[in-house]
Design a protein around this ligand. Structure first.
Ligand code: SAH
Ligand code: SF4
Length: 389
């Protein structure tokens, strides 16, 4: 693009953020630098949070100038930042091509989790999820995934990387927009950078990846990353689950449960989390709870009951408080931890399943129709089942 076209000059320099250690070494060597420079630069980017080469004070002036001509340190831009009355903070990140995705920080007293997006939109169409009403626009790159966490750290001034005990941004949940296991390669590069002890240094025990159940990649995730696994279960039987989560038709519960059983490191000390969104009249009866307990019988797991967060145009409702209580009690009685997640950041639409941007929506009518049909069918299936029990 020329300056005359009215657009800014297109950046042709390589972004160093989001390159694995090996790739970073390779591009620096290719630019004529010594391999050990990669270690210094990595430290500046991910431990010190440097935003430009000028800050890298232990590199010679010449070297800094050379780096500047060939490389950039490009974080996502912030299109909007909002902080909820409960201190939850949400950023609408904007990437170089103008696409956007959301990142949320959920603070506890002296720590908290950053909820990171993996895609713009989602190819899956879970009926209760706002992101699912949006078509997939694209996968996020490793730079855009790591960059979300770096922007969050900028916002809280957490550079250089503080010790574990002194971090507000202590945990990461891959629970933002998109299905992380449908973007596994990029998510894996990004998480390996994030876990590197010489940089951002968030350990694998403090990272949880949530999936709707992409069975083959669950195995890879366990073998290559070893982070905590959360599975969006949401129903105890294939009929109901396929109704509200079409991915279940591809990877039904039997296969999904086997992948959970096989997940490396799954033990009582490190249990798999089953997320379960409470949908009124769809998945919330005592019969569902009993079926759920049978389903997960031999898996070291805990539940996370999520009150359904409504969004404009959804046909679903959240189960009543008493129903959620009773459901949780069934699970407790069977020996499972089953906390009900308190919705956070509702006033800024930052709660689970509410993340989305304005791009490429299905029409409101399309969504409503589809969801109503599915809900009616799910109810019918359960009415039939309960009658047969
Ligand atoms: N795609 C991944 C991660 C993102 S969604 C997954 O599906 O697991 C994070 C969690 O929010 C998932 O458990 C998802 O099922 C849940 N969720 C989606 N929409 C929701 C809503 N409207 N209310 C409550 N939880 C919702
Ligand atoms: Fe995608 Fe997860 Fe939403 Fe399903 S719940 S549509 S997998 S983001």
């Amino acid at each position: 693009m020329t300056p005359d076209s009215g657009h800014p000059l297109q950046e042709t320099r390589t972004n160093l953020i989001g390159l694995s250690r090996e790739a970073l070494t390779a591009v620096l060597v290719e630019a004529g630098e010594k391999p050990f420079r990669a270690k210094q630069v990595f430290h500046w980017i991910y431990h010190r949070g440097a935003k430009d080469f000028a800050q890298m004070s232990d590199l010679s002036k010449d070297l800094r100038a050379r780096l500047e001509t060939r490389f950039v340190l490009d974080r996502p831009g912030i299109a909007r930042e909002q902080t909820s009355s409960d201190r939850t903070r949400k950023w609408l990140m904007q990437f170089d091509d103008g696409q956007k995705a959301e990142t949320v920080f959920i603070p506890e007293d002296d720590r908290g989790a950053v909820c990171i997006s993996s895609q713009v939109g989602c190819t899956l169409t879970c009926r209760f999820c706002h992101t699912g009403t949006q078509r997939l626009v694209r996968n996020l790159t490793p730079a855009e995934i790591v960059g979300q966490f770096m922007v969050a750290r900028d916002s809280y001034g957490e550079w250089p990387t503080p010790t574990d005990e002194r971090r507000m941004l202590s945990n990461i949940v891959m629970m933002g927009m998109g299905e992380p296991l449908y973007n596994f390669e990029n998510v894996a590069i990004a998480l390996k950078i994030i876990m590197d002890g010489e940089g951002i240094a968030v350990g694998k025990r403090r990272i949880t990846l949530s999936t709707s159940g992409v069975v083959p990649e669950i195995r890879r995730c366990g073998a290559e990353l070893g982070v905590n696994l959360a599975v969006s279960l949401h129903a105890p039987d294939d009929d109901t689950r396929s109704m509200i989560m079409p991915i279940n038709k591809k990877y039904p519960l039997k296969e999904l449960m086997q992948a959970c059983r096989d997940y490396p490191g799954a033990s009582n000390a490190r249990r798999i989390t089953f997320e379960y969104v409470m949908l009124k009249g769809i998945n919330d009866t005592a019969a569902h709870a009993r079926a759920l307990i049978r389903l997960v019988k031999d898996i070291p797991c805990k539940f996370n009951l999520i009150p359904f967060n409504p969004w404009p145009g959804t046909p679903y409702e959240c189960s009543d408080a008493e129903t959620v209580e009773a459901f949780a009690q069934h699970l407790w009685d069977a020996g499972y931890s089953a906390p009900v997640r308190t919705p956070r950041g509702r006033d800024i639409l930052a709660a689970c399943g509410q993340l989305k941007t304005d791009s490429e929506r299905l029409s409101a009518k399309e969504q409503r129709l589809r969801a109503e049909q599915e809900a009616a069918a799910a109810q019918k299936t359960w009415a039939e089942k309960e009658a047969a029990l």
